[in-house]
Write a protein that binds this ligand. Structure first.
Ligand code: NAD
Ligand code: MG
Length: 390
């Protein structure tokens, strides 16, 4: 029986993970499940999975969680330190699906036991890629990508020599505004940007798809995880989201990964790796799909891609600044303080302003430095937003 923990169990990735585990209960011993403010869901899943401990990130919700789990035999804890303690419990497999910078520390901690870290939390690789990979190496741990594109690349690379890879192509749906005239984008509202044609996701990641800041994050993730130089990483718009990524080899072969847009594929692949087992995902009917389209992304429409490329070249602290600035820019957009296209301007200006304060090109020494850079970048990004308003 494999022991597992799920960090961010109550979120979108977390719930898909819970679904897969619950279907195959007898194969797993669930140690920790964690969540945030949704106490009812956390308690319900802890009971359903017979977890050893349930942890809410909110220290002030301890009593609520305790009440919800009283008599269940599930231990209860709350707060940031409790999340780290949960990560200290050794298990064979950990799902890292907390959203944002809060997911970094538990993921790092879990690597200390060796075992496998299924990594959904994008921010870990974007802000601290080299540190995370070094930590995994130091403890003999395995990191498996859970973002669908990176899982697709990982699968296309199975049994291959990375030295024979000529290029990695990450596909992008183009987001909800992909067919709008470029000139109209500046007027796009939160509701316009928050509707996705293919994937059902939260509002923030859906807006990040429309702006392609999400794809920018994924390009950086690709660079960090697979160690391929930026010149060999491309992105192409593929509106159907059927091909998730392609890997091109030096003999001209291009291996594509196709699948229904369902995150349970990437999660299930990481859960069953190195085996493949049945997964409850829809099978593709190619004759019915009939056509797969591709087009090059227009750089005027998606400045986020250019910025991400600059970050891939700079590395060091640039990833942490990029991630923090694009989150604050999104907050500013959602709050109605800046327009849709201004988000890229905020990120550009934050990177410039930060580069004049600290050396962005030097490597991050440790997690504390990453979090400090994140904190500074957030403040700087708000300053840029305020300047743009005045
Ligand atoms: P979500 O918002 O649906 O869920 C996030 C989870 O993190 C919840 O369990 C929440 O309670 C918890 N959480 C939030 N703030 C926290 C904090 N401060 N401390 C501790 N826990 C906290 O997010 P999601 O869509 O499931 O995404 C999770 C991660 O996976 C993100 O990094 C995202 O970019 C990445 N990802 C998501 C998808 C997707 O399809 N949803 C695809 C690829 C990658
Ligand atoms: Mg993705």
């Amino acid at each position: 029986m494999r022991s597992i923990s799920i960090f961010g169990a109550t979120g979108s990735i977390g719930q898909n993970t819970v679904d897969l585990i619950a279907r195959d209960r007898s194969r797993y011993r669930v140690v920790a499940v964690t969540g945030g403010a949704n106490i009812a869901r956390l308690a319900q899943d802890a009971i359903r999975l017979n977890a050893e401990i349930a942890v809410t990130a909110h220290a002030d919700r301890f009593e609520d969680l305790r009440a919800a789990l009283s008599g269940s035999g599930v231990a209860v804890a709350a707060g940031e330190a409790a999340l780290i303690e949960a990560a200290d419990r050794p298990v064979d497999w950990v799902m890292s699906a907390i959203v944002g910078a809060a997911g970094l520390a538990p993921g790092f901690r879990a690597l200390r036991h060796g075992g496998t870290l299924a990594l959904a939390n994008k921010e870990s690789l974007v802000t601290a890629g080299p540190l995370l990979l070094a930590e995994a190496r130091a403890h003999g741990a395995t990191i498996l990508p859970v973002d669908s594109e990176h899982s697709a690349v990982f699968q296309a690379l199975a049994g291959e020599d990375i030295a024979a890879v000529e290029r990695i192509i990450i596909t992008a749906s183009g987001g909800g505004l992909r067919d709008w005239p470029v000139e109209a984008l500046a007027r796009a509202t939160v509701a316009d940007a928050g509707a996705h044609p293919n994937w059902a996701m939260g509002q923030r990641i859906t807006i990040d798809s429309a702006s392609m800041f999400n794809k920018g994050m994924e390009l950086i993730e690709t660079r960090e995880f697979f160690g391929v130089p930026p010149s060999r990483i491309e992105t192409v718009i593929h509106p159907q989201s059927i091909i998730h990524a392609l890997v091109g080899f030096n003999d001209g072969a291009l291996m594509a990964h196709l699948g229904a847009p369902d995150m349970r594929h990437a999660i299930g692949y990481a859960l069953n790796w190195p085996e493949r087992r049945d997964l409850p995902v829809a099978r593709l009917d190619l004759a019915q799909i009939a056509t797969l389209e591709f087009r090059a992304p227009d750089p005027r429409r998606y400045p986020a891609l250019r910025i991400a490329r600059e970050v891939m070249e700079t590395r060091g602290g640039a990833g942490a600044v990029f991630n923090a600035a694009k989150e604050i820019a999104l907050d500013g957009f959602v709050a109605g303080r800046i327009g849709f296209m201004d988000m890229a301007t905020v990120v550009d200006r934050t990177l410039d302003a930060m580069a004049s304060q600290i050396c962005l090109t030097s490597s991050m020494a440790n997690l504390e430095e990453v979090l400090m850079t994140d904190h500074m970048a957030r403040k700087t990004a708000w300053t840029q937003i305020a300047k743009m308003e005045s």
